[in-house]
Design a protein around this ligand. Structure first.
Ligand SMILES: Cc1cc2nc3c(=O)[nH]c(=O)nc-3n(C[C@H](O)[C@H](O)[C@H](O)COP(=O)(O)OP(=O)(O)OC[C@H]3O[C@@H](n4cnc5c(N)ncnc54)[C@H](O)[C@@H]3O)c2cc1C
Length: 457
């Protein structure tokens, strides 16, 4: 066992949107922050070769459910935001309010910190454009979606963002990590945290594996931000056994159609969409890199279709799933789709087929199912309070795992807002402690001086 230096104000475990935000905000407050990240910090190349170790190693980045739904997450600095589609859905402010958490201000402040805008017409590829036109023609409430993209750095007909954008156009959590590092934070990569060190019901540090050695690091605040799967595993090892159950993971399916003359299959995915809020379904265009499409087609034995890329319009249907399942001891996802989940996927697929048919598509087929956005494994109101504090003093959680219920939309904006709110709470708590210490010091001084004064009189 090796011991790390212990002169940090805060240790942040994980550097996805949750961890990166809290690390950035605390470092801006002048706190000494240590970020411990399981994955690499290599510059983003936007290649499949670089993405395989980050997202496709079974049991690490790639998790498969008993019903063979694949679920990927990014094990790298920036977490899954390196691979995400950068679509900025508004946070569920009202839903969170019912759980005692108001992020109205923070959600607004995030607009000033990251790029959020509808994609310009020039960047809308032919697929997304066709999807939008056809859906609107049928009377669907289809519209462009907000993106976390620096559009002036973006290129047309580019598909690289699915593997991480090498041009810096796609905003991701590394942007916040970089700011934290500039502010003096320290990051250790390839550091896999296994548990929190608890003494007298207080978190005092963490234990982690790095270069085959076990280390300990200490700080006055510990923030676990290892994502919807990673955080409950660490917390269970630290004495919070009930975490990692009854969660959501937003199942999704693709429906494809061939539209003669459509043109390039390359464009930014999720540029436009339709949200059927009552039905718990969201549907978007979803152009993807050809290699990815080949893999997805082969999963459903569509060998001939796998080689078609140009003129193909993929549509993604993602649903709000019922809570359920468990994260296993070894970190696998054991969750089955409910009857209602399947009905929602079927209903969404029917909408997609209508839109494709109206757009003149032929050879319409449905792919296999996936899952994304795992959350609700360390729920607000159950495992953490409204300030994201656990039952242990000084131990907080800040990522998608704290979401108290399913809401079926991509969560990044919500997670960023929660990170900002937690940083404010910690700063206020810090101020309150300093004031208390001052009052205590003054009253101790007065008590010490009183007998002296009495003796003198
Ligand atoms: C393909 C794809 C597309 C997506 N598209 C969108 C989108 O368009 N819009 C949107 O809002 N969301 C999207 N998402 C979801 C979004 O990326 C995630 O919801 C978000 O990244 C979750 O943030 P997080 O901080 O909770 O966790 P993560 O991003 O998962 O970060 C967790 C971090 O913790 C690290 N970690 C894990 N375990 C440990 C450990 N034991 N020790 C140390 N470090 C650890 C991981 O390496 C990772 O860096 C997408 C996700 C995927 C996979």
């Amino acid at each position: 066992m090796k011991t790390q230096k212990s002169d940090f104000d805060a240790i942040v475990v994980g550097s996805g949107p949750g961890g990166a935000t809290i690390a950035r905000e605390l470092s801006m407050q002048g706190k000494k922050v240590l970020i411990l990240e399981w994955g690499d910090n290599n510059p983003v190349k936007g290649t499949i070769q670089q993405t395989i170790p980050r997202a496709f190693i079974p049991g690490k980045g790639m998790l498969i459910t008993p019903q063979l739904l694949g679920m990927i997450r990014g094990i790298t600095t920036g977490g899954s935001s390196l691979l995400y589609c950068a679509t900025a859905f508004e946070p569920p402010v009202e839903m969170l309010k019912t759980h005692g958490v108001d992020i109205t201000k923070e959600a607004e402040e995030i607009r000033g910190d990251v790029p959020i805008a509808l994609l310009s017409d020039e960047l809308m590829g032919p697929g997304p454009q066709k999807f939008l036109e056809s859906a609107q023609e049928l009377g669907y409430d289809a519209h462009k979606l907000n993106k976390f993209i620096y559009q002036n750095k973006c290129r047309t007909k580019c598909q690289l963002s699915s593997y991480g954008c090498p041009y810096g156009a796609k905003w991701n959590a590394r942007n916040f990590v970089d700011e934290a590092l500039e502010n003096g934070a320290k990051m250790i990569n390839y550091a896999k945290v296994t548990k929190v060190i608890i003494e007298n019901k207080k978190a005092v540090g963490v234990e982690y594996k790095h270069n085959k050695e076990i280390y300990r690091a200490f700080a006055s605040k510990i923030i676990i931000a290892a994502g919807g799967i990673g955080s409950p595993l660490i917390l269970r090892e630290s004495g919070m056994r009930g975490t990692g159950y009854d969660f959501f993971f937003d199942p999704l399916v693709f429906v494809y159609g061939k539209i003669k003359g459509l043109g390039s299959g390359r464009s930014i995915p999720m540029s436009s969409g339709i949200h059927f809020d009552d039905e718990g379904i969201v549907m978007t265009d979803f152009n993807m890199p050809h290699l990815m499409k080949i893999m997805f087609d082969l999963e459903v034995f569509k060998v001939k279709q796998a080689f078609a890329y140009k003129d193909v319009l993929p549509i993604m249907i993602k649903i709000r799933d019922d809570l359920g399942g468990q994260i296993t001891k070894r970190g696998w996802v054991n969750k089955k789709l409910s009857k209602d989940d399947r009905k929602r996927l079927d209903k969404g697929a029917e909408h997609a087929k209508r839109i494709l048919t109206n757009a003149g598509a032929t050879n319409i087929y449905r792919g296999w199912m996936f899952a994304a956005h795992p959350g609700g494994t360390v729920k607000i109101g159950e495992h953490v309070d409204a300030n994201l504090k656990t039952k242990f003093d000084n131990l907080y959680v800040c990522d998608c795992s704290v979401m108290p219920q399913e809401w079926g939309l991509p969560p990044t904006w919500a997670i960023l807002s929660l990170g900002k709110r937690l940083a404010k709470h910690l700063a206020a708590a810090d101020q309150a402690t300093k004031k208390e210490d001052l009052v205590l010091a003054v009253s101790n001084q007065e008590t010490e001086q009183a007998p002296v004064a009495a003796a003198a009189s």
